[in-house]
Design a protein around this ligand. Structure first.
Ligand code: C2E
Ligand code: CA
Ligand code: CA
Length: 700
């Protein structure tokens, strides 16, 4: 291509007119000779207004004009800077930052004749940098930070970046973030990420990266694009947080949420989830689903005796033994509550179901009875017997009645049967619908009891008089009656519920208060001298309640002489759980002046052994020994005789309860028993009836 000089000039002219860059030409005095359209649009000045004026007289902010003029005039060709950045003032008073590329045209003597300056407006970039610098500072403490240019080349990082990745800022600058790539994500992942940034200017998510030392770690990454006024990307800012700790915690949380930490078995909610799936599969394949519920009857007692650390070990042993013993491939097992484990087995064979269940149950019993810990000093089989009781229920996929059965139902039935096994003194018990009915009724009963204890209006306190060997009344036992929907519900039925639910505390308070009122009435009628002792039953929970002594003291404040007329009956079974606490409580009560009577004597555990340790005033010989007491050869006769002898030696009194016949009465008199209670003498009667009886039989 061959162009004439004129063509050259035309072409040059065209370029100057059309380029986006600002082009100005100045002579050696700084007077403007050319001012192209880009310069016009940037500054707002027209070329004709500005040509022949020194560029500083318009375009440089006023305070800088002198300085710029001086500098410009001192410049020689050799010193004229190739590039520089300065501020211009537009016609409407805006400041713009322009980056210049300068070319000096010199004469033969190397004197500057013209300067051609090509400028780019970099104001928005400067702004972006300033913003970045600010955000970089702001984020210096918290998260890791990477700033890249629009090509993804790292231009800045912060301290946290170095702490997390192990790369210094110098090492990172000039590289792309692929420096940190872990290889754990495929190309698609990064594509999606970049697409997100392109479409929304933003992406965030979890990403696995690699530290300088090769370790792979998870981070939570946020990437935003930085735009200029033309909505072109100038930079990317990525901030991230190392979430490896969080991830571990999440994993742990997940574990905590699903598993029991002592045994490593699924917990109740997770087990139920697994059981639901299993039930579903059993339905589809017409399989049976056998649920064996193991309740460790002695676990809570062992907890108190040995401490959790030891029993936790024992439990781990138990699970291990159980696992060893069961050779079936596919079964579920979970710790469904503190003392409960549940197994679920799917089985297709319908033959020999009962034998199969019994076999498995026997293995479980074995594991629970012999889960010893070797390193425990007083290692002893009896000590470690967890006393497992097993309730079994079977979902039979064949029966149409099974259609509505839920996993929860199976679990509940297993639990129910294991409780029934305990009640019946058995080790293994199959679920029966009858027991479900009892449980349903129990639920209703508990509801009714809760309701009834709100006003206590349905309760009454009966008296069963107690007699001496001459048939004279000496006092009586106060027995609660609950008249619900027209019939009496025996205390043996509702008291255990009241104890379990805590309602016994309220009931117990009412009994004491009512006893005090009865006493005041007896006293007012002068009957308290020969009906001198009122026996009130205390439940273990009530006895050990924190404010029980305070409550009694408050009662005594209102009825001061009641203390000489109240006998507190404490059943032997109350001692089992915490004999020390009971002992302390009892001596407290005796110090206040109350009589203490040991109820149901002989039925509990270590009867004779604690007699020497306890402070008490009376023993009630349980009805089980009285029933056969008149048969001289019978064990009961010997036991009753022995108890009366011991009591005499200890200088306390004995009362025989549940005396139903004259024969029994006479035999006991012969054994030197001095006190009697039972249907032979009187049934429990309402208080009004007692008053009438006392008036009738008033002794001189
Ligand atoms: P307990 O303290 O052993 O009370 C004696 C129970 O034997 C009473 O039953 C009484 O009616 C019954 N009984 C008395 N003489 C005879 C007899 O000759 N033959 C037979 N077969 N039974 C006789 P009740 O009133 O049903 O009370 C049962 C249990 O309920 C009581 O046993 C006691 O443990 C508890 N209880 C009753 N009232 C209260 C109370 O106010 N508070 C607490 N915590 N428990 C109470
Ligand atoms: Ca009693
Ligand atoms: Ca009793």
């Amino acid at each position: 291509m061959n162009m004439s000089k004129q063509d050259d000039c035309l072409l040059l002219e065209k370029v100057i007119e059309t380029v986006d860059n600002v082009i100005i030409v100045m002579d050696r005095d700084g007077l403007i000779r050319r001012f192209n359209p880009a310069a016009e649009s940037l500054t707002g000045y027209k070329a004709e207004d500005i040509i022949d004026h020194a560029h500083w007289s318009f375009l440089v902010p006023e305070e800088q004009r002198q300085e710029v003029e001086k500098t410009f005039k001192s410049l020689t060709a050799g010193h004229f800077p190739n590039s520089m950045v300065n501020e211009w003032l537009t016609q409407d008073g805006q400041h713009v930052t322009v980056q210049w590329h300068n070319t000096a045209i010199t004469d033969a003597h190397n004197q500057v004749q013209y300067v051609i300056a090509t400028g780019t407006d970099i104001s928005s970039q400067i702004q972006a940098h300033a913003d970045l610098a600010i955000s970089a500072k702001a984020l210096e403490t918290g998260e890791g930070l990477v700033i890249t240019d629009k090509n993804g080349v790292i231009i800045r990082t912060n301290k946290v970046f170095t702490q997390v990745t192990g790369y210094s800022e110098e090492e990172a600058i000039g590289k792309t973030p692929s420096l940190l790539s872990s290889g754990k994500h495929d190309a698609k992942f990064y594509e999606a990420m970049w697409q997100g940034i392109a479409e929304r200017g933003y992406w965030s998510g979890e990403i696995w990266n690699k530290r300088k030392n090769g370790e792979i770690y998870p981070e939570y990454l946020k990437v935003s694009a930085v735009y200029n006024d033309q909505h072109e990307v100038t930079h990317y800012v990525a901030s991230f947080a190392d979430i490896s700790n969080l991830k571990n915690a999440e994993k742990k949380l997940q574990f905590f949420a699903n598993y029991d930490l002592v045994t490593g078995l699924p917990n109740r909610s997770y087990f139920l989830k697994l059981l639901r799936t299993s039930l579903q599969q059993a339905r589809t394949h017409h399989d049976q689903l056998i649920v064996l519920h193991v309740r460790l009857n002695r676990l809570s007692k062992l907890n108190t005796q040995l401490g959790f650390e030891v029993t936790d070990k024992l439990l781990a042993r138990f699970v291990h033994k159980m696992d060893d013993a069961i050779t079936i491939q596919d079964y579920l097992i979970g710790r469904t509550s503190g003392s409960d484990f549940t197994l679920a087995i799917r089985r297709h064979d319908t033959e020999g179901l009962i034998d199969f269940c019994n076999d498995i149950a026997t293995l479980l019993l074995n594991a629970g009875e012999h889960a010893q810990i070797e390193d425990l000093e007083e290692s002893n089989a009896i000590l470690h017997n967890l006393d497992p009781r097993i309730g079994i229920c079977v979902f039979d996929g064949q029966l149409p009645t099974d259609e509505n059965v839920q996993a929860e139902t199976l679990l509940e039935r297993g639990l129910l049967s294991s409780f029934e096994a305990i009640d019946q003194g058995r080790q293994i018990l199959f679920y029966s619908s009858e027991s479900q009915q009892i449980a349903d009724n129990s639920y209703k009963l508990e509801q009714a009891l809760t309701h009834a204890t709100q006003s206590m209006a349905e309760f009454e306190l009966f008296h069963q008089p107690q007699y001496d060997q001459h048939h004279h009344i000496t006092g009586g036992e106060l027995l609660i009656r609950w008249k619900h929907n027209g019939s009496y519900i025996p205390p043996n039925v509702f008291i255990p519920f009241a104890e379990k639910s805590g309602l016994i505390l309220k009931i117990g308070r009412w009994v004491l208060e009512t006893a005090a009122q009865h006493y005041e009435q007896l006293k007012a009628q002068g009957l308290h001298r020969h009906y001198a002792q009122l026996g009130v039953n205390l439940s273990a929970k009530q006895l050990l309640a924190e404010n029980f002594v305070d409550e009694l003291e408050a009662l005594l404040a209102r009825h001061p002489d009641l203390v000489h007329h109240l006998t507190l009956e404490i059943t032997e079974t109350a001692f089992i759980d915490d004999i020390e606490a009971v002992k302390t409580r009892i001596s407290h009560l005796r110090a206040l002046g109350f009589r203490i009577s040991i109820d149901d004597f002989g039925t509990g555990y270590a009867s004779l052994s604690y007699l020497t340790e306890l402070e008490f005033d009376e023993i009630k010989i349980d009805k089980t020994f009285i029933d056969m007491v008149h048969i001289v050869d019978h064990k009961s006769h010997k036991i009753a005789k022995a108890i009366i002898g011991i009591v005499k030696a200890l200088n306390v009194s004995a009362i025989a309860e549940g005396v139903e016949t004259q024969e029994q009465f006479d035999t006991l008199v012969g054994l030197h028993c001095k006190h009697f209670q039972g249907y032979y003498l009187s049934r429990p009667i309402p208080f009004a009836e007692l008053l009438a009886k006392l008036h009738q039989t008033q002794q001189p």
